[in-house]
Design a protein around this ligand. Structure first.
Ligand code: ATP
Ligand code: MG
Length: 210
């Protein structure tokens, strides 16, 4: 069903990322956005070959996909999409969004990012086109203050202002980069990510070497 009993359009959250590995920063941002914006589902979409990262530096897509599956399985409002993982070549968000737009024609689409990614959205391929299709939710991330960005949007892109939302969340200074470094240096990662993901990393010997 695409409309709720009051006739409002259902809302789909989209959480894109490399997820190498997925951690509690991603999960908290998705869950707070789900609740605050009344999203019926948050769809996690692990990237295939990320356009902005050197592909040799990124773990195989099937491993990253598997880790997301383990991390979200206890939340009935979270779902997983293989859309980008299965697509050959580079995955640009605009292409993914066109597919999602066709798949959920009746839903309002909300793309969830951290503030680091929010600051970059105007440099995305076909950014203006993207802003006609979806709304953005930028969840607070330590070290990335969005206030200058939001001011700039207000002054320079007023037409998009109502499509870009800032979301205060209990900010977590967790990053996949830090988790990978910790594993390499033999430091603990427990409590930074769901336990099944930590065990998966251990079992597959991920991130031990550069
Ligand atoms: P890396 O260090 O490899 O870049 P990452 O931790 O930034 O990894 P990504 O997969 O790059 O994770 O991020 C996917 C999305 O999740 C991005 O929109 C990013 O801003 C957001 N995100 C990641 N970590 C956090 C966090 N701790 N708090 C809020 N948002 C986050
Ligand atoms: Mg990142």
């Amino acid at each position: 069903m695409s409309k709720d009993p009051e006739g409002k359009r259902n809302r789909l959250g989209i959480m894109g990322g490399t997820f190498d590995p997925i951690h509690y920063g991603h999960l908290v941002a998705a869950e707070m956005a789900r609740c605050e914006f009344d999203l019926s589902t948050v769809l996690f979409i692990p990237s295939g070959t990320p356009p902005h990262k050197n592909s040799q530096d990124v773990s195989a897509a099937d491993l990253r996909y598997e880790m997301v599956a383990l991390a979200i399985k206890d939340n009935p409002a979270f779902d997983l999409s293989a859309l980008e993982v299965e697509r050959k070549g580079l995955s640009y968000t605009v292409e993914t969004l066109r597919i999602l737009r066709r798949t959920w024609p009746e839903h309002e689409l909300y793309f969830i990012t951290g503030t680091d990614a929010l600051l970059e959205i105007f440099s995305w391929r076909e950014a203006e086109e993207i802003l006609t299709m979806i709304q953005f939710i930028g969840a607070a991330r330590p070290g990335f203050d969005a206030s200058d960005f939001l001011l700039k949007v207000e002054q320079e892109h007023p037409e998009t202002q109502e499509k870009i939302h800032y979301l205060e969340v209990p900010a977590l200074a967790i990053s996949s980069t830090d988790i990978r470094l910790r594993v390499r240096h033999g430091q603990p990662i427990r409590y930074l990510l769901p336990e099944p993901v930590r065990i998966f990393i251990q079992q597959h010997g991920l991130y031990v070497t550069e």
